[in-house]
Every structure is written in structure tokens, then in C-alpha cells.
Design a binder for this molecule. Sequence first.
Ligand SMILES: Nc1nc2c(ncn2[C@@H]2O[C@H](COP(=O)(O)OP(=O)(O)OP(=O)(O)O)[C@@H](O)[C@H]2O)c(=O)[nH]1
Ligand SMILES: [Zn+2]
Length: 315
Amino acid sequence: MTTVSSAGTLPGLVVAGFGRHCLVETPDGQRLICHPRGKKSQAVVGDRVQWLPSQDEGTVEKVEPRSNLFYRQDEMRTKSFAANLDQVLILIAAEPEFSESQLTRALIAAEAERITPIIALNKSDLAEPFGRAWAKLAPYRAMGYQVLPLAIKPKTDAPVANDTQYQQLLALLQAKKTLVLGPSGAGKSSLTNLLVPNAQVLTAEISQALNSGKHTTTSTTLYWIDAERASALIDSPGFQEFGLHHIDPMHLANYMPDLKVHAQDCKFYNCTHLHEPGCSVISQVKTGASPHEISASRYRLYSELFAELSQPARY
Ligand SMILES: Nc1nc2c(ncn2[C@@H]2O[C@H](COP(=O)(O)OP(=O)(O)OP(=O)(O)O)[C@@H](O)[C@H]2O)c(=O)[nH]1
Ligand SMILES: [Zn+2]
């Protein structure tokens, strides 16, 4: 039996994932379906891989080391969203009302992998609910997150101040790989269609290629938003039930910037910020005394998550 030398492999980028199989894009822009070689070479969207041609398809021989891997983990399984990301755009909207718990979970997952999160609040044309949602995000702006108002597909014909907002969004996405996450109805497909006019064609092409085989439907897709293939949008489902089981509860406060600034002043170095005397976090929960106070809802989310992550695994 001959051992295939790694010298014969070709470089590629994973641009779509479906089950254990993926779509690989070559440096000249060709796309082909690749299958994993054994269990070890499990590639996800954003991965740089080395592959070998086999008929009109390919085999992933090697996944290059990743700079990061954005994932969620619940009791049953781990689900990878994408690898080698520059940032995560969390798209929420004035309507339907967003869940602060989901938002916080996504932010913590990004912080844990050192990926910059950006929050975009869509539907700024809906003045009243937008005002409410914008106010609800005040603590997030105060803790340093960028919160971008957007009107991706405004209902009214009345002019909305979305032109500069849109330009701002484009500037943020420039030369970056951005994973877009958001609850259903926030405007994720509207955003993809706006930035990638041929997104539906691409999706149809992928489905067609898959239907000829016996693969499952695609879950995560990378779309280039510029001709140079430098800026990419990665669309992924799975914002609901954002499990954080991979995170040590003792590290949780580190991934919440509003708690983190105070955690270093606690009396005990291993303070859980739940009940200890001399806890700086507890003393800053909505005191009204400091611009850096911690909102009551954020602290509640912290204590709930701490309890959730402290539970022994049930298998
Ligand atoms: N008023 C208003 N409606 C918008 C805006 N952007 C998107 N919508 C509407 O919001 C609804 C949901 O938008 P989608 O793009 O389908 O949302 P999605 O996040 O992809 O939702 P799923 O397909 O359920 O995942 C649609 O009816 C859009 O027309 C906006 O800026 N303002
Ligand atoms: Zn403390």
C-alpha cells in the first residue's frame, strides 16, 4: 500500500458545511465537494485545508491550525459554527423583542475565543420598539460594545437614516471574515441578500450539487461580499439554545466586560461574585453611584449562567 505524501495535496478554503462533508474553494475560485479522511480531519467553514482530488470530488487530508473556533456546547453535543473568524455580528432587531440571555451568551462565546463581537440593532424605522430596544442595549454600549443601528429593509418609504449606517456596516466588514448570528426574524436573510445579491443562486447551486449525492442540507455558508474575495459573511443557524458548557464558571466574569472591571477589586481572588463579603461586583450592581455599575439583568444572567455551568454533566 502506498502512503499518499502530503506534498501532493492542494490548498483550499471551506465555504460551506453539511454534516461531515464540505464545499472547498480553491485559490482560483473553483468549488468542489470534499469528504473527510477519517474522523480526525473534521473541517468547518472558514478552515484552511489541504485536499486531494478524487474524481470530480475531493478528500480533506489536513485541516490547518485555526486562529479560533466559534462554537456552542450543550449537554449532548458540541456544534462548531465556523473557524478563523475576525468578528461576530450579532444581529437583533427592534421587533421581535430580543432575548438578553441569548445576546449575552453569544457575547460570552465570542469573548472566550477572543473574537470581536459587534451588535447590530435592525429595524430602526420602527421608532417606538426601536427606542425601547436601543435603551435596553444601554449597558452593552456602556461596557464598550459597538452597537450599530440598521434599517436593512425598512417598511416605510419615508427616508430612514440608513445610508450612513449602511456605509458604516460596509466599512466594518471590509477585509474581514464575519460570522452573522441572530434570532429568527431579525433580518439575517435580508442582510445576506443585500450584501450578496447572488446569495440565493449560490445556495441553489450548493443544494443542487448536494442533491446529486446523498448529503444532508447545508448548515453554514461563507459568502464573499467583494470581487477580491477579501471580505466574507458567514451565515449560520443556531442562535437559539446557545449552550456554553465549554466555559468554566470561574472564568465567566472574565468574559463579561461590565463584571470584569470590578472583579479584580474583590477581596478574594477566587471570588464567585455570588455571596462573598468584600465583593466589588456585588457592590456595583445598580448602585446608581457609578457610570460603571452593573445592570440588574446582567447580574441575574451571570448568576443563572454560573449555576448552569456549575452543574455536573448528566449523561
Ligand atoms: N420594518 C423593518 N422590517 C425589516 C427590516 N429588515 C427586515 N425586515 C423584515 O423583517 C422580517 C424578517 O426578515 P428576514 O430577513 O426574513 O429575517 P431572518 O432573520 O432571516 O429570519 P428567518 O428567516 O426566520 O431566520 C421580514 O418581513 C423583513 O421584511 C427593517 O429594517 N425594518
Ligand atoms: Zn466578587
